[in-house]
Design a protein around this ligand. Structure first.
Ligand SMILES: [Fe+2]
Length: 551
């Protein structure tokens, strides 16, 4: 291999062909932005500032491939990111060692203005279960060095895996110290369950009344430019950047990547009269999401997908926003014609879970699948809980935005697991900003859980005590007790704190540990172990752990 510095110098005047592929963005937005090879050429020229201010990332590892990401943006919070409206050549390298003496792959790609100068490189032909280092460069500028890892080969007898889980990181509500604390652990993967950004204007979702750091742009995000700047702002957080650069991530979106309570044809927080056509907004939001994330989409642009880790685990990441029926109330929640997954994704999920040869069948599930009956909660708790869940506080007490609003799909999935005697299924969930350990039952299987569900709290987004406006530890414990008394399949719930979860898998048990931040408004706060729950192979019954997992 040649000296990278020579290659970089040569790139200054190097003319490259532009290679674009019809992929995720084209399928979602209806525009072929990655087109076929075009004959025109591009010339890399000095930019007006350091272009890697949004960091680098890797994601969607499989045994022989990993997706690398960066975006050129000397001025991330401006329209166009401070980039010229032309293609810019970006060189990338992937090596076995941190000093890049054993470079395995290298190449040049064009960062194009149509994709906001984002760069996705799907590096293939790698060795299974191996650590790699990667970096990007353009002109004289080099990115930081990132670390990633391919998945083990499918038949590998993996002894242990450690996955961190996060969701709901409203920028105005605090700092991403959760990611700094996660980065202190030895992780195989980070899984983000959605609400990576929020669409609200500054102050639009600050129930506690405090805006720790204001949103950019200050208005609600509606246009492609809005979503790009919002994503850019979130990616400026140093702790978020650091964890993206050291561990591969697998991400899915929830509603706030577009708008609150999104469904396939609209959203609660979308008004066509003032905000225009929903399909246009959705396409813009999806496009910006793709531009900013190390996500490898399917042939039709779908982001529900599977990641396999030897014989120990297989993760099915769901998309519960793109195909779902509109939220409804009353007996409509039982209507078998309504769906949260869509028919194709349900078939894919059912087939994948029952045919998997992995020990642990993990489901990345953006909204809670366990039943949650809050009908007889007292008003002081139902009010803030309803606000958190987005349900009316004066009557109908089902969160119709989670699987409770789509009973037929839940029943169908659970019945399928039972019919095939499929065990060792664990749902990993976000969305409701609070911490839960549930046994998955349906109305007809109350005493015999079909799966376990672990719900991780928000990284920052407001939850119950924030809505009420009192410190943690006052109303949460009482509220959790009431929730549990109405929902015996909820083995543990914690309603006040923010943080993340770490799932540790061995062939004999799956164990989730919850870590809560002492102060989400501090960029240096510590995290403390809050609880641990596990499920043994062959059982869906939860066991409480008495202390943190010894590492
Ligand atoms: Fe959220």
């Amino acid at each position: 291999m040649s000296d990278p510095r020579e290659t970089l110098a040569a790139l200054q005047d190097h003319v490259i062909d532009r290679r674009r592929f019809l992929a995720f963005t084209g399928a979602l937005a209806g525009t072929a932005l990655y087109a076929q090879v075009r004959g025109d050429a591009v010339r890399a020229a000095p930019l007006k500032g350091y272009p890697f201010r949004l960091g680098i990332a890797s994601g969607d590892p499989d045994p022989t491939a990993v997706s690398l990401w960066t975006r050129l943006a000397p001025e991330p919070l401006t329209v166009g990111g401070g980039m010229p409206r032309r293609d810019v050549a970006v060189r990338w390298e992937l090596a076995r060692d941190e000093r890049f003496r054993k470079v395995e792959r290298r190449g040049v790609v064009a960062a194009v203005p149509e994709l906001a100068h984002s760069v996705h490189v799907d590096v293939r032909g790698l060795d299974p279960g191996r650590e790699y280092f990667y970096r990007f460069a353009t002109g004289p500028d080099r990115s930081p060095v990132g670390r990633t890892r391919t998945a083990p080969r499918p038949g590998a007898r993996v002894k242990e895996l450690t996955f961190a889980f996060a969701s709901c990181q409203a920028w105005p509500d605090g700092f991403y110290t959760a990611y700094r604390r996660m980065n202190e652990q030895d992780l195989d993967l980070v899984i983000h369950l959605g609400d990576y950004i929020y669409e609200y204007a500054t102050g639009g979702f600050a129930a506690a009344g405090d805006v720790i750091r204001p949103h950019e742009p200050a208005n609600e995000t509606v246009t492609l430019t809005d979503y790009r700047i919002r994503h850019g702002q979130y990616k400026t957080d140093p702790d978020l950047q650091a964890l993206h650069s050291t561990v591969p991530w697998v991400l899915t979106w929830d509603d706030h990547e577009i708008a609150n309570d999104a469904w396939s044809g609209g959203a609660e927080n979308h008004d066509p009269a003032t905000e225009g056509d929903y399909a246009t907004r959705k396409a813009a939001a999806h496009k910006a999401y793709y531009e900013w994330m190390p996500v490898r989409a399917g042939a039709s642009g779908e982001i529900y997908r599977r990641v396999r880790f030897g014989r120990l685990a297989e993760l099915s990441m769901l998309d519960l926003r793109s195909y779902r029926s509109q939220q409804t109330s009353g007996t409509g929640v039982d209507d078998p014609a309504r769906t949260i997954t869509g028919d194709d994704q349900m078939a894919w999920l059912k087939d994948g879970l029952t045919s998997s040869t992995a020990r642990w069948k993990l489901v990345g599930n953006s909204v809670m699948i366990s039943r949650l009956d809050v009908a007889t909660l007292p008003a002081w708790l139902l009010g803030p809980l309803a606000k958190l869940l987005g349900i009316p506080s004066n009557g109908f007490a089902v969160n119709n935005d989670q699987w409770d609003g789509y009973n037929a799909d839940r029943d169908e999935l659970v019945a399928h697991l039972r019919a095939h005697n499929t065990r060792d299924v664990v749902f990993l969930t976000g969305d409701i900003h609070t911490s839960w350990a549930n046994e998955l039952v349906t109305r007809t299987t109350v005493t015999d859980p079909a799966a376990a569900e672990f719900v991780v709290p928000s990284v920052t987004s407001d939850n119950v005590n924030d809505f009420i406006g009192v410190p943690a530890g006052i109303v949460g414990p009482v509220g959790a007790g009431l929730v549990r008394s109405l929902n015996p399949h909820v083995k543990w719930a914690e309603l006040d704190n923010h943080g993340y979860g770490v799932l540790d898998l061995t062939p004999t048990r799956a164990r989730m540990d919850w870590y809560h931040l002492r102060d989400r408004t501090s960029p240096t706060t510590s995290a403390r172990w809050a609880a641990g729950w596990s499920v043994a192979a062959g059982s869906a019954r939860l066991r409480k752990e008495s202390g943190p997992l010894a590492v």
